[in-house]
Design a protein around this ligand. Structure first.
Ligand code: HEM
Ligand SMILES: *[C@@H]1O[C@H](CO)[C@@H](O)[C@H](O)[C@H]1NC(C)=O
Ligand SMILES: *[C@@H]1O[C@H](CO)[C@@H](O)[C@H](O)[C@H]1NC(C)=O
Ligand SMILES: *[C@@H]1O[C@H](CO)[C@@H](O)[C@H](O)[C@H]1NC(C)=O
Length: 542
C-alpha cells in the first residue's frame, strides 16, 4: 500500500475514533476531580512527567478521597482510584473484563514482542498455562543456590574494591541491576549475561543499561500525543510504529534485534538439550517452557516467536523491577541506620544457628525467619511500588463498588461508580498504599515495624502478597513475585551481613522519577545520569 493511502486511512480512523470517544465521554459526570489542564493531553502527560511519582496522586487523594476523575487524552475522562474494593473488583473479580489499554500495551510490545505481558484474553491464558509450572513455589526454592552464588560474587567484588580503604562510594542500583540481570539470565534460560564480569560482560547487558530513561523519561508532549493516537487506529497500523527510524523506536528495535540474535541461539541449544521424555534435566524456566510446549494440547502451544518473546519478557520484567525495589530498600536502610543494625543482628544470629547446624548457606526457611528483613521488603514494596499504577479499560458496561464512599459532584455520597464499555481506569497502587485506615496513621513514612501490628493491611483482600498491590493481582498478577521475594531475601542477607550502607557525605536529593510504566531513583539536578543511587559502603566491623 502506498504511504499516502496509509496516512489517509490512519487519519480517518483516528478522527472517527476521537469522535466516537468524544460522544461517550460524559459517562463520569457524578465523580469529582480536578479540571483538565489540556484538551489534547488531559492530565496524562502531566502524570507521566511529574517531578516525582505521588505529587499529583497524593494531592488528589487528599482532596477527593480514594476515587476521583482526571482528564484523559483528547478530552476524555479517566477514572482514577486507590479504593481497595474497586481494586478487588477490577483485578480479582472481573477476569479479563478489564483489559489493557492499547497505547500502553503497545509500548510493551515494542519492548518485549508477542510474549505473556502483552497478550490478551484467551491468548494470555495460553501463555500463562505454559509458564505457570516454571513458577510454582516448590520449583522456585531450587533457585536459591543460584541467588546465593550471584550475591556472593557481588559481595566478593565489593570486598575487592574496598581492600585498603575504609569506605567507597558506589552506584548501588547499577550493582544490584547487574546482579539481578545475571540471576534472571541463568534462572530463565541458563545464559550468563556476565553483567558482574565487568569488561567481559555481554553486549546485551550494556544494551539494557538505562533503557527506561532512554525511552520514557520526560517524553515530549508531541510524543505523548502521538502515543495517544494508538488507541484509535487499527492494530495493523500500530505494528508499523516500531520501524519509525527515530528514538525511542530505534532504541527499542535495536535492543529487540540484539536479543533476537541471542534468543535464536539459546532456543536452538536448549531445544536440542531438553529431552521431552525424561523428567526435567534442566531447571531453568526455558527448558520447562519447551517441555510444557511440547506436551501441551496443540491448541495451547506457543510459537517460536512467542517463546523467544517470553525470554525477552522475563529479562525485562524480572530484573529492573527487583533491583530497583532493592535499591530503594538499601536507600531506606542508609536513612534508617538503627533499623539496618537490627536487621544485621538478626541475620548474624541466624547465621550462627545455620553454622551450628553445619550449613554453609541459608535455607528458604532461614530466610523466611528473618522477620525484620521480610518486613523491610514489604514496607519498601508498599512505600516505593516500582509499578506505581496500571491502566485498565472496561470491556463492558459495569458498576464498580467502593469501600470508601466519595462525595459526588452534586454533594451526595456514592458507594459505586457506573462505567461504560471503553472507560479507561487508572488504578493507583502508590495511593492505595498510603490509605491511613489500611496502613495506619503513619502511612506516609517508611516504617517496616508496621507489619508487626496485626491490623496492618487488614481491610479488603487484594494483591498476591501482604495485601499489597505492588505485584498487581488476579489473572494477570506478576508471575515472578515469589521468585523475586526469595531473590531479594537472599541478596539482602548476603550483603547486609558483610556491609554497612550510609548516605553519601555530599548531600544529595533523591527523587522517584516516573519513567514510563515504572519509577526509578534519580538525583535532583543530575537527571541526565538517568537512574542512579549513590551510597557509601563500608565493611562490617566484627
Ligand atoms: C519487585 C519485583 C517485581 C515487581 C514489583 C513486579 C511487578 C509486576 C506487576 C505490577 C505486574 C503486572 C503488569 C501489568 O499488568 O501490566 C507484573 C507482571 C509480570 N511480572 Fe513482575 N514484578 C517483579 C518481579 C518479577 C520477576 C522477578 C519476574 C520473572 C522472573 C517477573 C515477571 C513478570 C511477568 C512475566 C509478568 C506478566 C504477567 C502476566 O501478564 O500474566 N516479575 N509484575
Ligand atoms: C465478564 O463479562 C461477561 C459478559 O458480561 C460475563 O458473562 C462474565 O461472567 C464476566 N466475567 C467475570 C469473571 O466477571
Ligand atoms: C503512552 O501512553 C500510555 C497510556 O496509554 C502511557 O502509559 C505511556 O507512558 C505513554 N508513553 C509515553 C512515552 O508518553
Ligand atoms: C511449540 O510447539 C509448536 C507446535 O508443536 C511448535 O511449532 C513450536 O516450535 C514449539 N516451540 C518451541 C519453542 O518448542
Amino acid at each position: 500500500m502506498p504511504l499516502s493511502l496509509l496516512a489517509i486511512a490512519a487519519t480517518a480512523a483516528l478522527l472517527l475514533g476521537v469522535i466516537f470517544k468524544w460522544l461517550r465521554r460524559r459517562s463520569l459526570t457524578t465523580v469529582r476531580g480536578p479540571p483538565s489542564p489540556s484538551l489534547l493531553l488531559g492530565h496524562e502527560h502531566a502524570l507521566s512527567t511529574q517531578e516525582e511519582v505521588g505529587i499529583l496522586e497524593f494531592e488528589w487523594l487528599r482532596e477527593y478521597g480514594p476515587t476521583w476523575k482526571i482528564g484523559g487524552n483528547f478530552g476524555t475522562d479517566l477514572l482514577m482510584t486507590a479504593d481497595p474494593k474497586a481494586l478487588q473488583h477490577i483485578f480479582h473479580k472481573s477476569g479479563y473484563n478489564y483489559t489493557k489499554r492499547t497505547s500502553a500495551n503497545y509500548m510493551g510490545y515494542m519492548l518485549s514482542g508477542p510474549g505473556i505481558v502483552v497478550s490478551l484474553d484467551k491468548d494470555h491464558q495460553r501463555h500463562r498455562k505454559i509458564m505457570n509450572p516454571a513458577f510454582n513455589a516448590a520449583h522456585l526454592k531450587t533457585f536459591l543456590p543460584l541467588f546465593q552464588r550471584i550475591s556472593s560474587k557481588m559481595v566478593e567484588q565489593w570486598k575487592a574494591e574496598l581492600s585498603g580503604t575504609e569506605q567507597m562510594h558506589i552506584m548501588v542500583n547499577k550493582w544490584l541491576s547487574r546482579a539481578t540481570l545475571d540471576i534472571i539470565g541463568e534462572a530463565a534460560f541458563d545464559y550468563d549475561y556476565g553483567a558482574l564480569n565487568g569488561a567481559k560482560s555481554s553486549p546485551l547487558n550494556k544494551a539494557y543499561d538505562n533503557i527506561f530513561k532512554d525511552i520514557s523519561f520526560q517524553p515530549p508532549a508531541a510524543f505523548a500525543i502521538f502515543n495517544a493516537t494508538w488507541d484509535y487506529v487499527p492494530e495493523s497500523l500500530i505494528k508499523l510504529v516500531q520501524y519509525i527510524p527515530v528514538n525511542p523506536f530505534t532504541r527499542m528495535l535495536n535492543l529487540k534485534n540484539l536479543f533476537t540474535e541471542y534468543g535464536k541461539q539459546i532456543l536452538r541449544e536448549q531445544r536440542s538439550e531438553v529431552d521431552v521424555e525424561k523428567p526435567s534435566n534442566s531447571r531453568d524456566v526455558m527448558s520447562i517452557l519447551i517441555k510444557a510446549n511440547a506436551s501441551a494440547d496443540p491448541k495451547t502451544r506457543l510459537t517460536d516467536a512467542e517463546l523467544m518473546a517470553e525470554m525477552y519478557t522475563l529479562t525485562l520484567a524480572g530484573h529492573e523491577t527487583t533491583s530497583s525495589t532493592l535499591t530503594f530498600l538499601t536507600y531506606e536502610l542508609a536513612r534508617h541506620p538503627e533499623y539496618q543494625a537490627r536487621m544485621r543482628k538478626e541475620i548474624q544470629d541466624r547465621r550462627a544457628l545455620a553454622a551450628a547446624r553445619g550449613d554453609a548457606d541459608f535455607t528458604v526457611e532461614d530466610l523466611d525467619s528473618l522477620s525484620l528483613t521480610v518486613n523491610a521488603i514489604k514496607e519498601t514494596l508498599r512505600f516505593h511500588p516500582i509499578v506505581p499504577q496500571l491502566l485498565r479499560v472496561a470491556v463492558k458496561d459495569d458498576v464498580i463498588p467502593l469501600s470508601h464512599p466519595v462525595v459526588s459532584t452534586s454533594g451526595e455520597t456514592i458507594t459505586e461508580v457506573p462505567v461504560q464499555a471503553g472507560q479507561v481506569i487508572v488504578t493507583s497502587f502508590a495511593a492505595y498504599h498510603r490509605l491511613k485506615d489500611v496502613w495506619g496513621d503513619d502511612a506516609d513514612v517508611w516504617n517496616p515495624d508496621r507489619f508487626f501490628r496485626p491490623e496492618t493491611g487488614k481491610h479488603t483482600n487484594v494483591g498476591v502478597f501482604s495485601n499489597l498491590m505492588s505485584f498487581s493481582a488476579g489473572v494477570r498478577a506478576c508471575i515472578g513475585w515469589r521468585f523475586s521475594l526469595i531473590e531479594m531475601q537472599a541478596i539482602l542477607a548476603e550483603t547486609l551481613e558483610n556491609f554497612e550502607v550510609a548516605l553519601p557525605e555530599e548531600k544529595l536529593e533523591i527523587k522517584r522519577a516516573p519513567m514510563g510504566p515504572i519509577m526509578l531513583p534519580v538525583v535532583v539536578g543530575k537527571e541526565e545520569l538517568g537512574s542512579v543511587m549513590p551510597l557509601r559502603v563500608s565493611l562490617v566491623q566484627r
